[in-house]
Ligand binder design. Structure first.
Ligand code: BGC
Length: 746
């Protein structure tokens, strides 16, 4: 008998070792030890149904409400062991207080996870993620998440609801500010850099955060750009363009995934078994836990797939949702569903197991207070090093959209600068959306940034001119007076910080209010004028672009916004940012993105009068600024593009000359076009880039090494493979200005 028992234990250990080995096959997946697995199984055997459901329930703390609040009882529930995780509670004292409740008062003393939307920094706020993406600097992006994790964990947090990796092709959607833009290839690279930055190599370290890839899936494609709206697209588009960034996060070992609010092809993500179980877990091998978005289980009722909360909870659990964010749907229904034999214990255990595993991976069972270190909180927030990095990152995220007659940088001879516009001295707007624990009063405005930078011989005057978003022109006169008295004018225009982000879709995405009119009267003074834009999405600035000699896109730069922008305006930093979302001429062109198809009736610019072609009668097909676009204070010329194809290897070299008169960084971009395929292919697809410093007069040879795997695409059977044939290789400074060469790949 005893021997039988020993044999059984040996088999169990062996099986656990095997499962550990399987886990570690996933690169970046930080598996857990077999002894922790033992502890988890033992816990599962001890837990009541209510305690299990508790582990699957996530509640907001009431500190920072980011959606509808349905349950304010979180403290009572923690004590009863009915909460697995809390979000929007931070600072060492508060986290310790809540953690202590779980440990001292709940029966099983299971520690809580503490989550927060650490989206672009925690205390030190970096540029909005869309702006960061425009830096095309993966190392800087990773570093910003590392600093964010350092700061967030110093305040008790251990889980972030980031990265947001939704592909975005519609700038009316307010949440484009949170993603990396329209290109799938680039978005995958950025997504992995972010996961690495947050999670590091050891989730149990006290300065790493569990990341959460969101919003799974295709939340970035709501119809008409309206937030929370229906998503409907072909399977091929879903596979080819929208799913890869989430998969890239899974490949990088992301610890959790958040469901999206939207439906896809009639099935809301939160009840989509194919998406959450077949694809995410079974096909991609995701090992972490799935959390809903805010009350997304409850929203299955208005979606029209469930009649009541109980049915909604059953659908969600069946689909593969492990944790319910804020909806109490699981809390109120899973026990009844189990007692009524509508769900099984195995289903509950599977969900609880992945949540407990996350707690083990975070080291919370070893020391539940490991993220509650007051000394760290005092030392590691807003350090001088993170401020200086943030300042550089702001400058790197800026995109120079226009610069006629070298209006920028501001000449050293200028003695009076008039800064005019509603965004020139507004601390609260610098943070942008989802600014975590960022404090607006600590932000550097553009006015402060310029004053910090110029010497005392230069006077800087500021006039607001108008508000960002109303029709009041009563301050135009003062603005005009200031402009007339200065020898250089900077116009600080754009959106308020809250005009992008969640629930902030706009149907008209030009400058709001009377800002175009303000710009017109100021530019008509004939003074040299540079516009600095602050905004969370591409804008239809067609009118402004015809008026203004120079435009610098600065997004919302965060804590160091003003200093970083001043570095660019005054020429200390040569701008090198490139757009990762197309700027349309007007809203009628939306959705507009560079990797579009040719169609059967393509418009030919050489025959502009042709009628029966794919075009508008009242507007060109071209965007105002294409994907990949951004100017420098110097200029780059591309020449001697050469290609060789040997077996599965494709080698591309190009010479890039800095033909201007100062050193500069260039983002050299490589695109391909597959001329004929069994499925139509885009006109161009980004397949590589290199960001390089090229000194004045220098010629640099840039080399790209592709393989035939880079030519692969999805087919109707949803398999991905490449087809031999003719391809065009394009290399250039943006997606529209390239030099090219045809290659044949067999
Ligand atoms: C957003 C998520 C966010 C969550 C928690 C939701 O409304 O869609 O992106 O993580 O709130 O704040």
């Amino acid at each position: 008998m005893q021997n039988m028992y020993k044999l059984k234990i040996a088999v169990i250990i062996w099986m656990m070792l095997i499962s550990d080995a399987v886990q570690s096959q996933n690169p970046g997946d930080q598996g857990i030890s077999s002894s922790d697995n033992f502890k988890i199984e033992a816990l599962l055997r001890t837990m009541t149904i209510d305690e299990k459901v508790g582990q699957l329930s996530l509640f907001i703390s009431g500190w920072d409400v980011t959606g509808p609040t349905l349950n304010n009882n979180y403290k009572k529930l923690i004590k009863e062991g009915k909460v697995g995780a809390i979000f929007n509670a931070y600072t060492v004292d508060y986290v310790r207080e809540l953690q202590k409740m779980a440990l001292d008062e709940s029966r099983l003393k299971i520690p809580l996870i503490f989550g927060y939307d650490v989206i672009h920094g925690h205390r030190t706020i970096f540029p909005i993620p869309l702006g960061q993406a425009c830096s095309w600097d993966l190392a800087a992006i990773e570093k910003s998440e590392r600093i964010a994790a350092q700061e967030a964990t110093a305040e008790g947090l251990n889980w972030t609801f980031a990265p947001m990796v939704d592909i975005t092709r519609d700038p009316r959607w307010g949440r484009v500010d949170e993603g990396a833009g329209e290109d799938t290839w680039l978005d995958c690279a950025i997504a992995q850099a972010r996961v690495k930055g947050f999670q590091g190599t050891d989730l149990a370290a006290n300065n790493t955060l569990l990341a959460c890839a969101k919003h799974f899936a295709a939340y970035g494609a709501p119809q008409a750009g309206r937030d929370y709206n229906t998503v409907d697209m072909s399977q091929l588009s879903l596979y080819e363009w929208y799913l890869p960034p989430y998969k890239a996060c899974v490949d990088a070992g992301v610890g959790s995934v958040m469901t999206s609010f939207n439906e896809i092809a009639g099935v809301p993500s939160t009840s989509n078994k194919w998406l959450l179980t077949d694809l995410l877990r079974n096909s991609w091998g995701f090992k972490g836990f799935v959390v809903t978005d805010f009350t997304a289980i409850n929203e299955l009722i208005p979606h029209g797939v469930a009649t009541d909360l109980k049915e909604a909870a059953k659908l969600a659990l069946n689909a593969g949702v492990d944790m319910d964010m804020q909806g109490s749907a699981y809390l109120n229904s899973l026990a009844d569903l189990y007692n009524g034999k509508k769900i099984t214990m195995k289903q509950l255990d599977d969900a609880v197991r992945v949540v407990l595993q996350a707690k083990f991976k975070l080291g919370l069972f070893d020391d539940p207070y490991r993220y509650c270190n007051k000394e760290r909180q005092e030392k590691e927030l807003m350090t001088p090093e993170s401020q200086s990095f943030a300042r550089k990152f702001v400058a790197q995220s800026c995109v120079l959209l226009k610069n006629q007659k070298q209006t920028l940088p501001i000449p050293a001879t200028v003695r009076t600068i008039a800064l005019i516009g509603p965004l020139g001295d507004s601390k609260k707007d610098m943070l942008g959306n989802w600014s975590a624990a960022g404090e607006s009063e600590k932000c550097v405005t553009l006015l402060e940034g310029i004053k910090n930078r110029v010497n005392k011989n230069v006077s800087v005057i500021y006039e607001k001119g108008c508000n960002a978003n109303d029709r009041d022109k009563s301050s135009f006169g003062n603005a005009l007076k200031a402009a007339s008295s200065a020898d250089y004018v900077i116009l600080a225009l754009g959106e308020e910080g809250g005009m992008s982000g969640e629930a902030s879709s706009r149907s008209n995405i030009d400058l709001p209010g009377v800002q175009n009119e303000l710009a017109e009267i100021i530019i008509n003074t004939g003074k040299p004028v540079a516009v600095v834009l602050f905004n969370g999405r591409p804008l239809t600035i067609t009118k402004l672009n015809t008026l203004a000699p120079a435009i610098l896109e600065s997004w919302f730069g965060g804590t160091q916004a003003g200093n970083g922008i001043a570095d660019v305006l005054l020429g200390d930093v040569n701008p090198s940012g490139k757009l990762t979302m197309t700027f349309p001429r007007n809203e009628g062109q939306i959705p507009i993105f560079y990797n579009a198809k040719n169609t059967g009736r393509p418009y030919n610019p050489a025959d502009p009068g042709a009628k029966y072609v794919s075009r508008y009668l009242d507007c060109s097909n071209d965007p105002l600024f294409p994907f990949g676009y951004g100017l420098s204070y110097t200029s780059f010329t591309y020449s001697n593009l050469a290609t060789t194809v040997e077996g599965s290897k494709i080698n591309v070299t190009v010479q890039v000359t800095n033909s201007g008169n100062r050193d500069g960084e260039e983002v050299v971009q490589l695109y391909i076009r597959d001329k004929v395929g069994s499925v139509t292919r885009p006109l161009k697809e980004l397949k590589g880039f290199q960001k390089v410093l090229i000194t004045k007069g220098e010629i640099k040879t840039i080399e790209f090494n592709l393989t035939t795997a880079d030519l692969a695409f999805y087919h109707p059977d949803l398999k991905k493979y490449w087809e031999p044939g003719e391809f065009v290789v394009y290399v250039g400074t943006n997606s529209a200005e390239t030099i090219s060469k045809s290659i044949s790949v067999k």
